[in-house]
Design a protein around this ligand. Sequence first.
Ligand code: COA
Ligand code: ZN
Length: 303
Amino acid sequence: MMPDILINEVGPRDGLQSQHAAISLDGKLTLIRALIEAGIRSVEAGSFVSPKAVPQMADADQLYPQLPDTDRVQYSALVPNLRGLERAQAARVQEIAVVLSATNTMNKRNINLDLAQTVASCTATVKAARQLSMRAKAYVAVAFECPYEGRVSPDTVLMLAELMMDAGAQEIVIADTIGAANPAQVGPLLGTCIKRYGADRVSAHFHDTRGFALANVWASIEAGVRKFDTSVGGLGGCPFAPGAAGNVATEDVVLMAEQCGFRTGVDIARLREAIKSAELLVGYSLGGRTTRWLNTQFPAAGA
Ligand code: COA
Ligand code: ZN
């Protein structure tokens, strides 16, 4: 079945990267298997970044060659530079994602380059990936608000997206990295992206810091977006820093989309098994906005 809405599960990367407890390679594989059992067919499984910057992702070189079901499931990996691309190639990754933050300071903090240098680095990385016959997508991060520079102009985001498309990116991901966007901003920006590039080449990434993530997903759906990054149980953020919330929960997006008549191919009952698997890894309870209601629908699993 071709889903109407494609769920790209980013829990194993965006969700796990900030966890304090060390998470084993086997634990990651168990979670990914549970997600596939639930019908997930697109997974961002890790990143090839500096192990000093993000220790939790240090095992990506070992993880990717062991990923299950590679004929049915599309796996992507985040790469910050050409060094990361080399590692991804060695691990037989077929799809990479570069991250271009929309502000100078955010790029400095994230990858130690200014905006112009980041554009140059992402352009080189996307071009090199395409030459290696890898699929390449580009995140435009902090696309609505930057924690250091405040509001971001939609024109800046559109300009950066265009640069990445020119470089050969096959998809852009508009990312509300800190969960500060509202639906009134999301609809017009995503609508413009859809008009320019079409639904196959645009996806959206929201965090739930202010509780608006699902509203932003809906505004995106109305604007024509059909691909979303989500994380199982809303995994992500830092449990010790309440300000930083995780991604929009996979189960919330699946439940809302299905109830609105869109097929996702994801089975909620089985997804709850994947949430349990993620809870075992991180050692605390997970779950999005729909958890309480879902518990009443699946009493045995929710008990
Ligand atoms: N994978 C592994 N190691 C890498 C690497 C990569 N992709 N890129 C650089 N390195 C190593 C260098 O070899 C060097 O190692 P050394 O200290 O043992 O000599 C070290 O990292 C520093 O390299 P340098 O080029 O000076 O980079 P930096 O210190 O300016 O860091 C990044 C730049 C991009 C490597 C680092 O900031 C990073 O990994 N950021 C990613 C953050 C992230 O994941 N954010 C969330 C997702 S957007
Ligand atoms: Zn994110």
